[in-house]
Design a binder for this molecule. Structure first.
Ligand code: NDP
Ligand code: N5H
Length: 253
């Protein structure tokens, strides 16, 4: 990855999947650009980078629910850092109240918010990133098996991830002609800030440990390395794919 510049979106703290990805990319020589939303994430990120000796090429704010913010972030990245070869979209949001009980009770506003922040955001990011990916490259997003199957409490986020995965396929078709690949990683459960306090998380972690073919949960580094692979030329023949990094849990009936 030594001749590549990658934008990493979604580091909130040291537990973030995006941080596992950033570490793997750094180990493999990529130049890194970070985006964050909350000031708190910026502070955490700055400290993490300093502690791990990673010097970012640039760090910019970006709220993916705001078109102008996405446009401004990628315009700034283009003007200050030049050509980009990869983008990591590792973010999602839904109201906590929508992540419990019955899906049938999902509110219109809760549905729209989850779709907007978690699925449409990839479209907005792809459109702006494409303008500065003039040498081709790859986009990788993060999904979960709740996109394909009914997982208790995942509810509105399952429908948003289904849209995200379909979006990956449509974007892969559009951007393929520019040499840009679009893929998703579908990760097993990992204890992160977003996962904190959501109903049923601990039970799902235990289930994977006892039943997944590898009899263990995955961690940020495993997801990080697989995502790095999808950003690298080693995966140059792969686009529109959803790669499960879940200790094999998805093969079970
Ligand atoms: P984190 O809490 O570490 O990361 C979530 C990130 O989403 C935060 O950095 C947050 O930034 C960002 N975010 C939310 N809304 C917005 C927005 N509107 N604009 C910009 N950034 C936003 O959790 P994870 O690392 O777990 O989550 C990363 C991805 O991985 C998500 O897509 C999640 O669905 C997916 N995933 C997670 C699994 C898990 O078990 N943890 C399993 C499978 C998939 P800020 O705090 O600054 O707003
Ligand atoms: C089946 C499960 C457990 C139940 C569902 C969990 C869904 C989690 C996804 C979203 C992203 C969580 C979320 O938006 C939480 C927010 O309402 C509150 N949290 C925050 O605002 C924190 C501070 C910030 C950092 O979070 C965000 N999102 O910005 C799924 C789990 C087994 C696996 C899992 C946790 C999947 C996933 O997609 O994250």
């Amino acid at each position: 990855m030594s001749n590549k510049t990658v934008v990493v979106m979604g580091v909130a703290n040291e537990r973030s999947i995006a941080w596992g990805i950033a570490k793997s990319l750094h180990r493999h020589g990529a130049k890194l650009i970070f985006t964050y939303r909350k000031e708190r994430s910026y502070e955490k990120l700055t400290k993490l980078l300093a502690d791990s000796g990673i010097e970012p090429r640039l760090t910019v704010s970006c709220d993916v629910s705001d078109d102008r913010s996405v446009e401004a972030a990628f315009a700034r990245i283009g003007s200050e850092a030049g050509v980009v070869h990869g983008v990591v979209h590792s973010l999602a949001f839904a109201d906590k109240e929508e992540l419990q009980g019955e899906f049938v009770n999902t509110s219109r506003s809760g549905y729209m918010l989850a779709q907007d922040a978690s699925a449409y955001s990839l479209v907005a990011v792809a459109r702006e990133a494409k303008k500065i990916m003039t040498e081709g490259g790859a986009l990788v997003t993060q999904s979960y098996i709740g996109a394909e199957r009914v997982v208790k409490n995942y509810n509105v986020m399952g429908v948003a991830k289904a849209a995200l995965e379909a979006g990956v396929r449509y974007l892969a078709e559009d951007l393929g002609k520019y040499g840009i690949r679009v893929n998703a990683v579908s990760a097993g459960p990992i204890r992160t800030l977003a996962a904190k306090g959501v109903s049923g998380f601990n039970e799902i972690m235990s289930l994977a440990e006892s039943r997944a073919p590898l009899r263990k949960n995955v961690d940020q580094d495993e997801v990080g390395d697989a995502t790095m692979f999808l950003l690298s030329d080693l995966s140059r023949g792969i686009t529109g794919e959803v790669l499960h990094v879940d200790s094999g849990f998805h093969i079970l009936g």
